[in-house]
Design a protein around this ligand. Structure first.
Ligand code: DC
Length: 227
């Protein structure tokens, strides 16, 4: 039995429900939750706000190295800050979503984020979600989950989420197309593409409720904790 908490890595494609379940799993075990997608989104937002062209790689790298991204617990969502300015909502804009894949594909940006993510996870007791957590950021994580769902189901969930938040949204079909495009970009990029770690457990949430996914992951964590 370990005294420190475990490192739990949750990877998977866009809108598979990673952040929702990661947050609930973290709460159940009293672990810290770290949303690594929010970090890439924050770099993208900072670049957009400084009117940096998305192909000005050197300027984007500089921003990634200079900004300080931090998280604070919040309800219903974790709050995100760039330096001392809250960006929780701003990093979810369509403009950020449209540009974040390009920013996340820059090797030096990833290097910087991975360094920060490893520091955040060093003490254990962490649930970290992203695309490359089990493969690159925390290759020795005790628990690795690869969470998937069909593109249609992910689009449907995103549509409902947007409606509930009052965000103007496109049709489910258009959302599905955007999701498929991001999947393709995230899994074919040269640096740290989205791939399932050899020792990850794959969970398909297409026909599962949030609670069912959280229960399944919790069982895997319990088993590891009792080893
Ligand atoms: O999970 P998300 O939609 O907030 O992620 C935003 C983008 O960042 C997405 O295009 C994939 C990328 N990302 C990444 O490359 N590596 C991570 N660990 C997390 C996100």
């Amino acid at each position: 039995m370990t005294t420190n908490g475990l490192q739990v890595a949750i990877d998977g494609p866009a809108s598979a429900g990673k952040s929702t379940v990661a947050k609930l799993v973290a709460k159940r075990f009293g672990y810290v939750y770290c949303d690594t997608g929010a970090m890439y989104r924050s770099v993208t937002l900072a670049a957009l706000r400084e009117n940096v062209a998305m192909d000005d790689t050197a300027a984007i790298i500089k921003i990634a190295q200079e900004i300080h991204i931090s998280f604070e617990a919040g309800d219903p969502e974790q709050r995100v800050f760039i330096n001392d300015q809250e960006v929780t909502k701003a990093i979810r804009s369509n403009e950020v979503a449209a540009n974040v894949s390009a920013v996340a594909a820059i090797p030096e940006v990833r290097q910087e984020m991975v360094k920060e993510q490893r520091q955040i996870a060093a003490q254990g007791g962490i649930v970290m979600d992203g695309r490359d957590i089990g493969t690159t950021v925390l290759p020795n994580a005790s628990v690795k989950i690869f969470l998937v769902a069909s593109a249609h189901e992910r689009a449907r969930r995103r549509f409902e989420e947007n409606q509930a938040k009052g965000i103007a949204t496109t049709t489910i079909e258009e959302l599905q197309k955007a999701i498929e495009l991001r999947d393709q970009k995230d899994s074919t990029r040269k640096v740290s593409p989205l791939t399932k770690a050899a020792d990850a457990v794959e969970i398909d949430s297409t026909h599962l409720s949030i609670d069912e996914v959280v229960d399944e992951i919790s069982k895997i964590i319990e088993k590891k904790r009792n080893n």
